[in-house]
Design a protein around this ligand. Structure first.
Ligand code: GAP
Length: 515
């Protein structure tokens, strides 16, 4: 990659070239921050959903699923606080006329200081080599300490300003830090103001009779309003969880960085209902479970870190992000939130209906507390896709682009490739295809040289390429090529199912969550 090239550029290009992600309505020049998943993307997305659903719903006896409507009664959003408090602090640059999220400008500024710290650490490592003790260096190096203090001071002031709703001080902070507009370089800023992120539309056929409804900005509220329906019909006992995968919509101001921040996206959320007073224990439990879920995919343990929230959402008493090292740096991938009884209590108040759990053992009723895990499916897609795309130099000096996706998530599990288009090889290959198609997503490909076909499969992350040659007709064997090692082995056709199954099954990955 050329220096200064946007690290996402190659990923976006690859995603498009191989049918993973297309700009939405591209023939009309696209719609900003909206994307379509192509033939490969749809498969990868479904596989991520399955990995999540299996880990959360199938593997936990006390978690069940739900599929609530996107439209909800408008009072839902009044009760949840989204009408009044689901805002981003915005600031405009008067010269470039560009609009920014004030918190993002400040976060970017902090990221630059973190970059300086990383540089100092790298210098220390270079200087001291094997004798380098990073922990000690961070605790004693004057430059590092000064920069850490600086970050803490900015965070403290920003947190206070937001908690006090003191938008004038957020502006002053931006000015005091000397933050300039990335486009114009100007420091000529407007005041900071709040902007609500919910999309609204009209329900009803005539404007007169219409009422305003919102496109849900999170799937969680569909779970809260169904809490008692599920608890009673499912005879669920606390603690228990309700999980849901579905679309959410936010009118993001700066929707950028490909599928990282979109206006229409998908969430995988789970609300875990617990006895009041036990929520922080469960909060720790779910933080651990979720980070293990991520790490089990082997995308690299160093790619994850926790980030505790500075400013709690209006409903939370503890909250942390699981951040992932995306091509543009560490960013939020998932949130784990201890939401207290805020939502259920608010829905009780606004609906006038009781939303309480009757604890038969203790003969009392209470409004449960909730611990939530919330991950963006599209962000998970970007995490998996971007960390898997590699350009490898081969022994013969050539290079290959390979998508080393976790095999359980690969869109295509195996490609069946007849060596030539004649001599009965396509027929034999089709026979194998017909046998495996019920269990795996398989591709049949007879076009181009075998080398080119291998490269195509590498580029979409297919773990196995199965070549049918003349020997196959004689002894019912094929060669099976491993995507990662590129090694080939001759195996009996009867063994293909078990070889593929062992490698691509979710079981191997999910078992790690139980150890
Ligand atoms: N119910 C809690 C909730 O919605 P959040 O931190 O606002 O919490 C949860 O969102 C997750 O949804 C985020 O960690 C992120 O992965 C994903 N997400 C949020 N906004 C997004 C957007 N505009 N585009 C893509 N994913 C988004």
């Amino acid at each position: 990659m050329a220096k200064n090239e946007d690290p996402l550029k190659r990923i976006i290009a690859h995603a498009k070239e191989y049918g993973f992600v297309f700009p939405s309505s591209e023939i009309y020049d696209g719609l900003s921050a909206t994307y379509d998943y192509g033939q490969m993307g749809a498969e990868l997305k479904n596989n991520i959903k399955q990995y999540w659903w299996t880990a959360m719903v199938k593997m936990n006896e006390n978690i069940v699923g739900l599929d609530a409507a996107i439209f909800m009664h408008p009072t839902t959003w009044k009760a949840s606080g989204h009408v009044d408090a689901f805002n981003d602090p915005l600031i405009d640059n008067k010269d470039s006329k560009k609009r920014y999220r004030a918190d993002v400008l400040i976060e970017d500024y902090i990221a630059k200081i973190e970059g300086k710290i990383a540089k100092d650490v790298a210098k220390g490592l270079k200087r001291f080599g094997d004798a380098f003790n990073e922990e000690e260096f961070r605790a004693t190096n004057p430059n590092v300490l000064r920069n850490v203090d600086k970050i803490n001071a900015i965070n403290d002031r920003f947190k206070k300003a937001l908690n006090d709703d003191d938008l004038a001080d957020v502006k002053s902070l931006i000015e005091d830090l000397g933050i300039a507009c990335p486009v114009s370089g100007s420091k000529n800023w407007t005041d900071v103001r709040q902007f609500n992120l919910m999309f609204s539309t009209e329900l009803g056929s005539t404007a007169d009779g219409a009422s305003t409804v919102y496109l849900r900005p999170e799937t969680a509220q569909g779970i809260f309003v169904n809490f008692l329906n599920v608890q009673k019909t499912g005879r669920m006992k606390i603690p228990f969880g309700i999980a849901q995968i579905g679309k959410a919509f936010r009118n993001e101001i700066i929707a950028r960085q490909f599928i990282f921040r979109m206006r229409e996206f998908e969430q995988m959320e789970m609300q875990f209902f617990v006895k009041p007073g036990t929520e922080l224990e469960w909060y720790e439990h779910w933080k651990k479970f979720r980070i293990n879920w991520h790490k089990a995919l082997n995308l690299g343990d160093d790619n994850y870190r926790f980030h505790d929230h500075l400013k709690m959402a209006h409903y939370a008493n503890a909250a942390a992000d699981i951040e992932f090292k995306f091509p543009m740096g560490f960013k939020e991938l998932e949130g784990v939130h201890s939401r207290t009884d805020f939502d259920l209590k608010a829905h009780e108040e606004f609906s006038g209906k009781k939303l309480q759990y009757f604890d038969a053992a203790e003969n009392t009723s209470y409004v449960p507390y909730v611990v939530e895990t919330s991950i963006g499916l599209d962000r998970m897609f970007l995490a998996v896709f971007s960390s898997s795309l590699k350009e490898e130099e081969l022994k013969d000096g050539s290079t290959r682009l390979v998508l080393t996706l976790p095999p359980s998530l690969s869109p295509v599990k195996a490609a069946i490739l007849p060596l030539t288009k004649k001599d009965g090889l396509p027929e034999k290959a089709r026979e194998i295809f017909a046998n495996l198609k019920y269990d795996f997503n398989i591709q049949y490909d007879e076009k181009d040289s075998i080398g080119k076909r291998y490269r195509r499969q590498d580029a979409i992350g297919t773990p196995f390429s199965i070549t049918v040659d003349h020997q196959s007709l004689e002894d019912n064997t094929v060669t099976i090529r491993d995507r990662d090692t590129m090694e080939q082995e001759r195996v009996e056709i009867d063994r293909l199912y078990s070889i593929i199954e062992e490698r691509v099954s979710y079981r191997t990955v999910l078992k790690k969550l139980e150890s």
